[in-house]
Design a protein around this ligand. Structure first.
Ligand code: IPM
Ligand code: MN
Length: 349
């Protein structure tokens, strides 16, 4: 029995999460796994109603669950930053979800903007550090609003934080067993302190993983190769900020935000899975948003919980439904949001 905390969130978040739950319920029957879902109303609506972004008790409450299923956070009437910092980043930090795992996989029949590249070329995973770097919210202003203004935003890299992320990536490359190659994506030529630490940690940990080919690419070159030769990548490990940027590029080459999923993972604690596309408020309530990303997030959740067979069953059914869809974009799928969820649920074997 798995206890799943559900945060539908804002905009189309609750709609896509509902389809993910539908698919989990289908897999529950076929694979004899029990789920208990508890819903939490964290998000923009709640904030506008109560003035509270996230209850103080939320992290402790959520720690009692086996996993968290998140829709999307982001509301057009709330100033940018408040919900992102107060809910999403707050939970990542408080639950020490130090890995952000983002598979970049092009499925058959999904359109990619890359010319002459197909599913055999686009299949890699980004391991993004998720609790440090430029995301810690440390810094400040001096003489704000004057011509002499100074803004400082600090980037923190701890040996412990960097090393646990790199170690996870090596383990992941080994378990994935594809090309057995791990690429560190950083900027050692400019960030000569912070990324020197990454470089040293990477090379030292690599000594324990002689079966994994180690590779390095500067982050700017990484974006170039992702477009030119995505087939070169197997697993990429990178910093929080760089990982944020390159995984949006990754989402585009795998067919767009309608299909891209991610996991905020604490390997020793509770992890949180989400479609990474955001709340897409303009599509709310129209049954036109693509639930595939949420369905793949549910798949990742099962994989992380150790339910590999059930996870594969979801992927198989989803991939089959994808071949029937005319597009991955909202409103152009050839089916409604709920129909797609129904089809994936029905196809679970
Ligand atoms: C993501 C998002 C978040 C991030 C935002 C919403 C804070 O872009 O999950 O990639 O930057 O990590
Ligand atoms: Mn992002």
């Amino acid at each position: 029995m798995y206890k799943i905390a559900v945060i539908g969130g804002d905009g189309t978040g609750p709609e896509v999460v509902a389809e993910g739950i539908k698919v989990l319920n289908a897999v529950s029957t076929t694979h004899n796994i029990k789920f208990e879902f508890e819903h939490f109303d964290f998000g923009g609506e709640r904030y506008l109603r109560t003035g509270e972004v996230l209850p103080e008790s939320a992290p402790e409450t959520l720690k009692k669950f086996d996993a968290i299923f998140l829709g999307a956070i982001g509301h057009p009437d709330v100033k940018p930053g408040i919900l992102e910092q107060g809910i999403l980043l707050k939970l990542r930090f408080a639950l020490d979800q130090y890995i952000n795992l983002r598979p970049i996989k092009l499925y058959p029949n999904v359109e990619t903007p890359l010319a002459n590249k197909g599913p055999e070329d686009i299949d890699f995973v980004v391991v993004r550090e998720n609790t440090e770097g430029l995301y810690i919210g440390s810094g400040g202003f001096l003489k704000k609003g004057t011509p002499d203004e100074v803004a400082i935003q600090e980037m923190i890299n701890t040996r412990k934080g960097v090393e646990r992320c790199i170690r996870y990536a090596f383990e992941y490359a080994r378990k994935r067993n594809k090309d057995k190659k791990l690429t560190l994506s950083a900027k050692t030529n400019v960030l000569t302190y912070a990324h020197d630490l990454w470089w040293r940690a990477f090379n030292e940990v690599a000594e324990e993983y002689k079966d994994i080919k180690k590779d390095y690419a500067h982050v700017d070159a990484t974006t170039m190769w992702m477009v030119k030769n995505p087939e070169w990548f197997d697993v990429i490990v990178t910093t929080n900020m760089f990982g944020d940027i390159i995984t949006d590029l990754g989402a585009m080459i795998q067919g767009g935000m309608g299909i891209a999923a991610g996991g905020n993972i604490n390997p020793e604690g509770v992890s949180m899975f989400e479609p990474i596309g955001g709340s897409a408020p303009k599509y709310t309530g129209q049954n036109v948003i693509n639930p595939m990303a949420a369905i793949f997030a549910a798949q990742m959740m099962l994989e992380t919980l150790g339910e590999s067979k059930a996870a594969s069953a979801i992927e198989k059914s989803a991939v089959n439904v994808i071949t029937k869809m005319s597009s991955m974009s909202a409103g152009k799928m050839g089916f409604g949001t709920t129909e797609i969820g129904d089809m994936v649920a029905k196809g679970i074997a």
